[in-house]
Design a protein around this ligand. Structure first.
Ligand SMILES: C[S@@+](CC[C@H](N)C(=O)[O-])C[C@H]1O[C@@H](n2cnc3c(N)ncnc32)[C@H](O)[C@@H]1O
Length: 196
């Protein structure tokens, strides 16, 4: 599902980039380790800040990344234009990832799976494209946040079949993942590192 105007402005904001770099990436790196010289995928890459983090902080050699929203991909192309052949960007859907099985050492999800009505399909696709031993690094907004009246007034999300922290962990395990690290805050947001 595409972002509404409010959330589009929220994620294309310097404060979002600061939080992503200094809170989310720091925990993911500490909990899951780097991906030195690896080939990584970012699903729902937005304007491309995550790709910079994966290259510069996690040490990936190549990052493929896509987003459902062509406006986001245009911003990411502009932002990452100096990264050359290390980055490949396209418009795509996390429920049908255009990549072969076992293609990636790591997949990054900075807050996108809760936007997908059939979120289990996206988790299954992430599992499919990871190499055995490859890791998913994820940050997700949880059911209690999505159903919060203020969040409902300001943002637009699918409302049916949303997950809380335990349900997301269960969905990862049902897809075949082993959980390596997890953390949640107020049952509003969860962070996960899971291994294929
Ligand atoms: C909350 S934003 C996060 C953007 C970016 N990852 C960040 O952390 O700033 C969610 C993003 O997921 C994208 N998205 C939603 N559904 C998607 C899908 N099925 N496949 C790929 N991207 C999707 C949206 O277009 C949006 O850019």
């Amino acid at each position: 599902m595409l972002l509404n105007t409010f959330e589009f402005a929220l994620v294309n904001n310097p404060a979002r980039a600061l939080f992503q770099r200094h809170m989310e990436a720091r925990w993911m790196l500490k909990s899951g380790g780097a991906v030195p010289d690896g080939h990584a995928l970012e699903i729902g890459c937005g304007r491309g800040v995550g790709v910079e983090i994966i290259l510069d902080r996690f040490g990936a050699q190549h990052v493929d990344a896509f987003d459902l929203d062509p406006r986001m991909v245009r911003r990411a192309v502009q932002r990452l234009r100096n990264r050359g052949e290390r980055v490949r960007l396209w418009v795509g859907d996390a429920t049908c990832i255009t990549a072969p099985d076992a293609a990636y050492d790591a997949v990054f999800d900075f807050g996108i799976i809760h936007h997908i009505p059939d979120w289990r399909k996206a988790v299954a696709e992430v599992f499919r494209v990871l190499k055995p031993g490859g890791r998913l690094y994820a940050e997700e907004m949880l059911k209690a946040f999505i159903h919060n009246p203020i969040a409902r007034a300001l943002t637009e999300h699918p409302l049916e079949d949303r997950f809380d922290h335990m349900a997301f962990l269960g969905g990862l395990e049902a897809a075949g993942f082993s959980i390596r690290a997890e953390k949640e805050f107020l049952n509003y947001v969860g962070w996960y590192v899971a291994e294929k």
